[in-house]
Ligand binder design. Structure first.
Ligand code: 6CS
Ligand code: FE
Length: 302
């Protein structure tokens, strides 16, 4: 095993290194671009800066959604996809939890990456050209869809993928109705301005279990209680076609789904080309490229 610990002096967000948790101030901006840099208006951009997220009522039209839902079904029935290492199943069942690098697995989902409604907003928020750090569909099937415990994506991407600064944004597009009861995305509004330094070293090949249920790199209950009492918890509901864009450091999670109604979303993570991943800051080795891209080519179709 080649050791890749990044002892770099530029570790502004140390995590998984100390014996105690810590709440650190964010030293990075949130919205890097301005109102004139893309489709997001000034009021929404200010709200994004303050809360760490924005919502879009109808990003995709119903007929577009139908096409993506058909693709979801096709992927879930494709034997090659089911055998692919990029397909992650739920704990305790063979139900599909996620398909990573879905923009390469599927030409249909690839169209979202260069869609100006998507990448135009990402470039505006990040204030630069962007590349896809990660993409996935989360199926969260009815009855057996498991939870995604509280976490900051950036904490993982910093520790395990070597992402230096907080200059990445996720878009989550609902492909099925996100009800109050079928395991919708929860975000603590404003939590993106606090970095929770977690306790516990990253095991070898951590992704093999973390993508099915993350433990290492999740905050301790006291830190979560402080953030939840300070910020509250927003639950994102909305019809298929609605979307949420959220900062890489938002504290978020989602409950399991015991209803008959799947909560399937597609996620695309855009990182600034000025924030490309280095060596992991707190992990023995890099994660596979289908989870953390090492091709930093900017998304085209400017
Ligand atoms: O480890 C990761 O990169 C993934 N894990 C979670 C729970 N959210 C972000 C990302 O999909
Ligand atoms: Fe996440």
């Amino acid at each position: 095993m080649i050791e890749h610990p990044n002892p770099g002096p530029n570790d502004l967000y140390p995590t998984r290194k100390a014996g105690e948790p810590a709440l650190l101030y964010r030293t990075d901006p949130v919205a890097y671009g301005g109102p004139g840099d893309g489709p997001i208006d000034a009021e929404t951009l200010t709200s994004y800066d303050e809360k760490g997220f924005l919502t879009i009522e109808e990003l995709l039209a119903p007929e577009e959604i139908e096409r993506y839902r058909a693709e979801l079904r096709r992927l879930s029935e494709d034997e090659a996809v089911l055998r692919d290492e990029r397909t992650v199943t739920e704990r305790g069942s063979d139900e599909i939890r996620s398909i990573f690098e879905v923009h390469k697995v599927s030409e249909v989902f690839a169209e979202l990456v260069t869609d100006p409604r998507v990448v135009g907003r990402a470039r505006q928020i990040l204030g630069s050209d962007v590349y896809v750090h990660q993409s996935r569909v989360n199926y969260k099937p009815g009855f057996k869809g498991k939870d995604f415990y509280w976490h900051s994506d950036f904490e993982t991407w910093h520790a395990e993928d070597g992402m230096p600064r907080m200059r990445a944004v996720s878009i989550s597009i609902a492909l099925t109705e996100n009800f109050v009861h079928n395991g919708g995305l929860m975000i603590m509004p404003g939590s993106h301005r606090t970095f929770v330094s977690c306790v516990g070293e990253t095991p070898n090949d951590h992704y093999k279990e973390s993508l099915r249920g993350q433990e290492i790199g999740t905050p301790d209950p006291d830190s979560l209680s402080i953030l939840a009492n300070k910020h509250g918890i927003d639950l994102f509901t909305g019809p298929a076609g609605s979307a949420t864009m959220f900062d890489c450091n938002c504290m978020h999670g989602s409950n399991g789904n015991i209803t008959p109604f799947p909560r399937s979303n597609v996620f695309i993570v855009f990182n600034s080309v000025e924030n490309t991943c280095e060596e992991p800051f707190a992990a023995p080795s890099r994660r596979p490229e289908f989870i953390a891209a090492r091709d930093f080519t900017p998304v085209g179709d400017r």
